[in-house]
Design a protein around this ligand. Structure first.
Ligand SMILES: *Cc1c(COP(=O)(O)O)cnc(C)c1O
Length: 405
């Protein structure tokens, strides 16, 4: 066994989160021993399935829907699920209860949050700053939000935000971790700069929630959105969430004021009156099946500290970089992810001209990451179920794959 493989074995034995892996459906330990197991490094795109979720979903479908039918809106807690599940996500992102509502896609929540932010900013502010390096959907939605609110949209890099801020800035939409490079942006400092300019801060947490501490309340973030199918393992297309800071809830003016966000949804009034609290962020009828799958999936966080997740994530990504250096010819790939811990999320992005081809062959060999156009190999490290032996193996296979090309 190589020195790196030995170190991986030791690190796995000392890992306080090692047992959490058993809460997921993954290739088994005996597959591992036979060298046949896959290494799943794509949990930053679709989290793995928690083992108890199928049984819970079956109960929701067969008993709650099949037998109780409409009674389940009350008796099975369907009606209150968006806020109840929001309160389960809250501790993972450093939010007190009552500020997060679950529902809709991230894209829709970006729209609600950004238009809501411009409306909060008030008169005389007619510019939106958006992360120029953002996941495309955020930029597309921001462009439409700007048009609808009569704002000018200015794409800037997150580092360029402080200089771009001014007394016309209404809102700033930023990603906490860049989906491509894995760069972690300085949420506390950027939020403080945005506030100093009198603007409203909107953060997209898709690639940080469940991977590292966020501290929404502590840092005074105004609005935030995130998805739940990446590090939160909610399943394909599971609903996203919207955070509105408590002090802003009564002022939040949703651009999608559906009946579910009405103060009296069953009053069936022709005029709209917004509900207080997190409920105001709802739109229409919640997508109960995927929402309750997500609720079940959140059980895997029982007894897990997000600080321990962060510490393991950094150790995994450090170790991966070390293994890549050992197993790949120098200069074969460039690392796009910052080496400094305070600038790194929970993924490593490597660039090489033949990335598409390399990822195809990696996946054939059971190492699953993803390819991002045009030349990026992306590897996500989900500390709840990725171990150090997985990391060593992934880098070793990567070395073999690039060697053969
Ligand atoms: C994954 C991701 C999304 C996904 O948006 P959906 O509406 O859920 O498809 C949006 N923004 C960022 C930054 C993402 O990483």
């Amino acid at each position: 066994m190589s020195e790196l493989a030995l170190r991986a074995e030791k690190a796995d034995a000392a890992d306080e989160l090692a047992g959490v892996r058993d809460r997921f459906v993954l290739d088994t330990v005996s597959d591992h021993a036979a060298g046949a197991a896959g290494v799943y490094l794509d949990g930053n795109s679709l989290g793995a399935l928690p083992a108890h979720v199928p049984g819970r979903v079956e109960d929701v479908v067969r008993r709650q829907w099949g037998e109780l039918r409409i009674r389940s809106w009350d008796e099975s807690g369907w009606w209150t699920a968006p806020e109840r599940i929001g309160d389960r996500i809250a501790p993972l992102v450093g939010a007190a209860a009552g500020q997060i509502v679950v529902g809709d896609s991230t894209s829709v929540n970006v729209f609600k949050a950004l238009v809501g932010a411009v409306r909060l900013a008030g008169e005389g502010r007619d510019e939106i700053l958006v992360d120029a390096t953002t996941f495309p959907t955020d930029g597309y939605i921001a462009e439409s939000a700007a048009r609808l609110t009569g704002c000018v949209l200015r794409p800037v890099t997150p580092a360029g935000v402080p200089d771009a801020l001014g007394d016309r800035t209404a809102a700033v939409l930023l990603n906490h971790v860049d989906y491509r490079t894995g760069r972690l942006h300085d949420l506390p400092a950027l939020t403080a700069a945005i506030h100093a300019a009198g603007a409203v801060a909107v953060w997209d947490l898709c690639h940080s929630a469940g991977a590292l501490p966020v501290g929404l309340d502590e840092h005074g973030v105004d609005l935030a959105v995130g998805c739940t199918y990446k590090y939160l393992n909610g399943g394909p297309g599971s609903p996203a969430y919207l955070y509105v800071r408590r002090e802003l809830q009564d002022l939040f003016d949703s651009p999608l004021p559906g009946w579910n966000s009405h103060a009296e949804p069953f009053g069936m009034s022709p005029s709209y009156a917004p509900a207080p609290g997190a409920v105001r962020g709802r739109v229409g009828t919640p997508d109960i099946l995927s929402m309750l799958a997500l609720e079940a999936a959140l059980d895997v966080w029982e007894g897990v500290r997000i600080e321990a997740v962060r510490a393991k994530s950094l150790a995994l990504t450090d170790f991966f970089l070390e293994c890549v250096e050992a197993y790949l010819p120098a200069g074969r790939v460039d690392c796009l992810t910052p080496v400094a811990h305070e600038e790194r999320g929970s993924q490593i992005a490597l660039r090489c001209a033949d990335a598409g081809d390399v990822m195809k062959r990696l996946i054939e060999r059971g190492v699953v990451g993803d390819f991002r156009h045009p030349d990026v190999l992306r590897f996500g490290f989900t500390p709840l179920y990725v171990g150090f032996a997985d990391v060593e193996r992934a880098a070793r296979v990567l070395g073999e794959v690039v060697d053969g090309s």
